[in-house]
Design a protein around this ligand. Structure first.
Ligand SMILES: *Cc1c(COP(=O)(O)O)cnc(C)c1O
Length: 385
């Protein structure tokens, strides 16, 4: 490496380490209680889903072998797209290999420098990156603030306006005010795109998310869902009218220029989707766990937010404090996310605790006990100081 490059990497490392933002990976251990993942319904561990993936691999082989537009679009992909469209009440759905790529692909295909994109401040990084890639004019509105959005829309002279929001916000767990977004978007002839990565499988009557069966494609024309979270597999889809999907197939570069997702994964996802639709008990168990965790956490005075979804952040503020709690929890066999800037704003570092239908009450008790121990240790420190 040249001197200049060596210095550049060393500077970036030093800066992150000084601010307690240096990230490390841990090989996940099977004896650790996972309160960090997004497998909200436990489907990533469901033997029926794994078996469908194994059967898919036996039938189709290990990979798709090509992109969708060449020869990689197989029956498993096609059947899954139809099932996803029916589930979300849309004409069509289009599979992408990841949610990150779906968001890049949609924004790049729809927006250009004559488009204005309006995003919630707390939108997922893939939406921010997609807007940058598209070359559109980008505006951010205050979190869940339709009045701020409305004033930005009113000032815009762009012919094409696109309003974009997470459905469930990934680091906060709160839910977008879809009704307000629909109303303001329609007033200004803007299209509305909702990325419901953390809502699909979890929210809504049939688990189709915070948009799915509640809002139609005239109200929310662009619906993105991911499959690596509650569905337990991998990939993502965009659902909407046929005209939208046809446009994406023609123009979405992250759809066109990449190998199709392994068809075995699509086969596994189809089984996961059937379970989501036919076994509401997993959502019931998840909600029981959320209610139990919140009740007990409030009782011991933990700084909960108002989130009612499986994402339950404890906002500790300081990066070093957040890291210290996460390390202590890990030593007690409990894994939670330690989320620091730049993922969240400065001063808002947090433990991101996620609940799953797979957790037992005793698991949640262990988490709560470990959190209470962190609290006690801090009180003792203050007393000694
Ligand atoms: C996780 C996530 C994505 C990315 O999905 P992947 O399939 O993991 O790439 C996109 N949007 C939101 C809101 C997410 O939480």
């Amino acid at each position: 490496m040249s001197k200049a490059w060596q210095q550049r990497l060393a500077d970036a490392r030093a800066h992150r380490q000084q601010t307690d933002r240096w990230r490390t990976r841990q090989v996940a251990k099977s004896n650790t209680l996972d309160f960090a993942g997004n497998d909200y319904l436990g489907l990533a561990q469901d033997p029926r889903v794994s078996e469908a993936q194994a059967a898919g691999a036996r039938r189709y082989g290990a990979g798709a072998g090509a992109s969708h537009l060449v020869s990689g679009h197989l029956e498993a992909h096609d059947v899954l797209e139809e099932a996803l469209a029916r589930w979300t009440g849309r004409e069509r759905a289009l599979l992408f290999s990841t949610g990150y790529m779906a968001n890049l692909g949609v924004l790049q295909a729809l927006a250009d420098r004559h488009t204005a994109i309006f995003q919630d401040r707390l939108n997922h990084a893939s939406l921010i990156d997609g807007a940058a890639l598209s070359g559109a004019r980008s505006r951010r509105f205050h979190h869940r603030d339709a009045i701020d959005l409305e004033s930005l829309l009113a000032r815009s002279e762009c012919a094409h306006k696109l309003v974009v929001s997470d459905g469930v916000f990934s680091m906060d767990g709160d839910v977008a005010d879809i009704a307000a977004l629909v109303e303001v978007s329609q007033q200004h002839s803007a299209w509305l795109m909702i990325d419901d990565a953390h809502g699909v499988g979890v929210l809504g009557d049939n688990g189709s998310g915070c948009v799915g069966s509640s809002w139609n494609s005239a109200e929310v024309p662009i619906l993105v869902g991911t499959l690596g979270k509650a569905l337990g597999t991998a990939g993502a889809f965009v659902a909407g009218d046929a005209a939208l999907i046809d446009h994406l197939i023609q123009f979405s570069r992250s759809y066109i220029y990449t190998t199709a997702q392994p068809p075995a994964i699509a086969a596994a996802t189809l089984t996961a989707l059937e379970i989501v639709q036919s076994e509401p008990e997993h959502r019931t168990n998840l909600n029981t766990n959320i209610v139990y965790f919140r009740r007990e956490a409030l009782r011991v005075g933990l700084p909960l937010t108002t989130s009612v979804t499986p994402i339950q952040p404890l906002i500790l503020g300081d990066e070093a404090r957040t890291l210290h709690w996460a390390v202590q929890l890990r030593q007690k066999g409990v894994q939670v996310g330690a989320i620091r800037p730049p993922t969240v704003a400065k001063g808002e570092a947090r433990l991101r605790i996620t609940l799953s239908a797979r957790h037992q009450e005793g698991d949640i008790d262990r988490l709560l006990e470990a959190l209470a121990a962190c609290q006690r240790e801090e009180v003792a420190c203050h007393a000694n100081a």
